[in-house]
Design a protein around this ligand. Structure first.
Ligand code: HDE
Length: 704
């Protein structure tokens, strides 16, 4: 696979069945080593510093084909960004099924546990432009392209299991409302503005999803620890033609965690690439993100056995009703070579399915099936985007489609139609009944009037919002109320705020409505029609606090030190934390060496918001310097207020004292240098919860 390959091979050949996307991409990789600088026509360039001019001080000449080629190309370097999901980060990986799924589906990539299917995964925010910050409050896209031997399969989902609207025809309205406002292109990357809340206050079907976006799910700690959902109900079809409904889930092996709102906002300024960097660095370190694929299966005859419609994308199937079966694992193990070529040009489409996977009549999904090809034509400049390296299937893909913008393949032969006799009838259809058969749509009986009507079974907009809210822990409920207050506090029109409180919130939870109203200075809401609790009354699986996993693997831990800190202790701490799979980084006021050690970062460069937990190192001189440094005191204070696990060794406790932090608070482990092992044990136990929620009241009382 490796090796220098500066010259492109003819494109059509790659179709010949390589099973690795990386191998397939190799023919396109251009490596500069040892190469002469040339024009796009291959002419060697002698002077790349000066344009051609008439005399040393004279005007430039039109004849300068070298400069004109270079600048013309530069002038066209950008392509339109995605209309939604413009900001994204992606990685390569592999997927493996745990055991054959032949009972449910004939999809070949879901049969053999020995087969590794290459994948490319792009995570994204929805609202902001390409250069916007990662940590804004928003839904995250979770799009997976499986390069299977039967063609590309795209599972284009989000990190929340429901959506804002029920019918595709409302999507442009919804997106216009959430995007920055038309007159002034504000705000960037957020929904805290009038048009968004105006729209959702008038569209009650959005209530459930808006509640998800006001929850901690909308401010994930990292892309590596987000759950993913296919949202719509799809179908699995097995070799006998039997179909079942299926909902898809992705479960991060490390568990799921979120940021605090204060952290998310600060990170948006101090490191707008926080999520992108985290994903990239984890893969570079060899901490490969892993996600298990889960399915909820519903028999066709049970379609109408739920208190909601399976075709309604604003509803989820509670896991307590239909358990999630884990069927395989995806491991992201390689960063892209080139952001533009791969992440920007990758083209997902929910209509990219393989035999064994089919659609349902969800009216949102049905609209998406049209939309995605259409958008790629405009974004990628024509209908041949499937030939762009990152989009090419790894199996053959011949047909009689011809020509159009940017065609790469050179089709050989006279016939580009079917049936034909001139090319022996090739390429030919494949019988769906054959073992490696052609795609055959599920035979679903449809009898109906042509009609523009929303089914009555889509009419309940509040029961699942109520279920979600009831299923939250007290901490999460408080965050939700604060998020509504924050967002609605930025809405300038009082009638919009009132409508959200009285016509949306009051209809699913009177307590939340009252709390939000109080924060906005509104009168107590009129009595709504909050639905009675149906079964299940709560769904514990919905609470993020139930999604944490033991251990501190891959967590970023700051070792706060200064010249004069205890170097031997730092070594022991690094060893202990690495032993737990964590990533310790030495942070100091400056980059001046600490004994034999070089700090990894300064406090200014990596404030505590970039870490999961912190340790203040002992050693009299170092601790004294830290205690006297306002930045160091702020570092520990912020970690304390953000409910992070803190350890302070020996004189390191003085830094906590200097910041007026109670050393006996929950999740603060202290001890002298000889107690390092015990302190670390307590620290790891606190850190693995990710936040020390029991410290919250105390943390709020500590002045910032
Ligand atoms: Fe998308 N969506 N969407 N969407 N969507 C796009 O396609 C669209 C919807 C999702 O990383 C666009 O290539 C319509 C639901 C993701 O490249 C566009 C409707 C879900 C991504 C488009 C929806 C999604 C997109 C913009 C309503 C969750 C990013 C650029 C009928 C299941 C994929 C592009 C990537 C991207 C249209 C609703 C997820 C314009 C019309 C529901 C993850 O085609």
């Amino acid at each position: 696979m490796a090796g220098k390959s500066n010259h492109r091979q003819p494109a059509a050949h790659a179709a010949a069945g390589t099973d690795s996307k990386s191998e397939d991409l190799e023919q396109f990789r251009l490596r500069p080593d040892g190469e002469a600088l040339r024009t796009n026509q291959g002419v060697k360039i002698a002077d790349n510093q000066n344009s051609l001019r008439a005399g040393v001080r004279g005007p430039s000449l039109l004849e300068d084909f070298i400069m004109r080629e270079k600048i013309t190309h530069f002038d066209h370097e950008r392509i339109p960004e995605r209309i939604v999901h413009a900001r994204g980060s992606a990685a390569h990986g592999v997927f493996k099924v745990y055991k054959p799924q032949s009972d449910y589906t004939k999809a070949a990539f879901l049969q053999d546990p020995a087969v590794e299917t290459p994948v490319y995964v792009r995570f994204s925010t929805v609202q902001g432009p390409r250069g916007s910050a990662d940590t804004v409050r928003d839904v995250r896209g979770f799009a997976v392209k499986f390069y299977t031997q039967e063609g590309n399969y795209d599972l284009v989902g989000n990190n929340m299991p429901v959506f804002f609207i029920q019918d595709a025809i409302k999507f442009p309205d919804f997106v216009h409302a959430v995007k920055p406002e038309a007159p002034n292109e504000m705000p960037t990357g957020g929904s805290a503005h009038d048009t968004f809340w105006d729209f959702v206050s008038l569209v009650p079907e959005s209530a459930h999803m808006v509640l998800w976006t006001m929850s901690d799910r909308a401010i994930p700690r990292s892309l590596r620890t987000m759950e993913g959902f296919g949202i719509h109900t799809f179908r699995f079809v097995n070799a006998a033609g039997k179909a079942r409904f299926v909902k898809f889930h992705w479960r991060p092996v490390l568990g799921s965690y979120s940021l605090l709102w204060d952290e998310a906002q600060k990170l948006a300024g101090k490191d707008p690439d926080f999520h992108r960097r985290d994903l990239w660095e984890a893969i570079e370190r060899g901490d490969f993100p892993e996600f298990e694929l889960g399915v909820q299966i519903v028999e066709e005859q049970d379609e109408h056995s739920f208190p909601f419609d399976l075709l309604d994308p604003t509803k989820l199937i509670p896991e307590e009703t239909v358990p999630v079966q884990i069927i395989g694992k995806m491991t992201l193990n390689r960063n892209p070579d080139n952001f533009f070529a791969e992440t920007e040009q990758v083209a997902f489409h929910p209509g990219h399915v393989v035999p064994g996977i089919d659609f349902s009549n969800d009216p949102l999904l049905q609209g998406r099936l049209f939309s995605y090809t259409d958008t790629q034509i405009s974004r990628l400049g024509g209908p041949n985007f499937h030939e762009i390296p990152i989009n090419r299937p790894v199996c053959p893909f011949q047909n009689n489609q011809r020509d159009a913008m940017h065609r790469q393949a050179i089709h050989v032969g006279q016939a580009s139609y079917e049936p034909n006799s001139l090319s022996g009838g090739w390429p030919k259809e494949t019988d769906p009944a054959a073992s490696d058969g052609g795609f055959e749509s599920y035979h679903e009986r449809i009898d109906g009037e042509k009609i523009r009507v929303r089914s009555e079974s889509f009419a309940d907009h509040f029961s699942q919002a109520a279920l979600f809210y009831r299923s939250m822990s007290e901490v999460e409920k408080a965050h939700i109320a604060a998020a509504y207050q924050f967002e609605l506090g930025k809405v300038t029109k009082p009638e919009i705020r009132e409508r959200v409180v009285n016509q949306i919130l009051a209809n699913f939870d009177a307590g939340l409505a009252a709390e939000v109203a109080a924060g906005l200075g509104l009168p107590a809401p009129k009595k709504g029609n909050a639905p009675a609790a149906a079964k299940p009354e709560t769904s514990p699986a919905l609470s993020l606090l139930n999604r944490a996993k033991p251990g501190i693997k891959t967590r970023k831990i700051a070792l706060l030190a200064a010249p004069g800190s205890d170097v031997a202790a730092i070594g022991k701490l690094q060893q202990a934390l690495r032993g737990e799979g964590a990533t310790p980084l030495l942070v100091a006021p400056t980059l001046a060496a600490i004994g034999s050690l070089q700090p990894d970062a300064t406090i200014a460069g990596m404030p505590s918001i970039m870490f999961d937990a912190i340790v203040v190192v002992g050693g009299e001189t170092g601790a004294k310097a830290l205690a006297q440094s306002g930045d160091a005191r702020h570092f520990v204070l912020e970690a304390f207020k953000h409910l992070k696990a803190i350890a302070a060794l020996g004189a390191g406790r003085d830094v906590l004292d200097a910041a007026h932090l109670p050393a006996d608070a929950d999740g603060v482990a202290t001890g002298d240098d000889k107690q390092l092992a015990e302190v670390m044990k307590a620290f790891v136990a606190a850190a693995q919860q990710h936040r020390v929620w029991s410290r919250q009241a105390l943390a709020e009382s500590v002045p910032a």
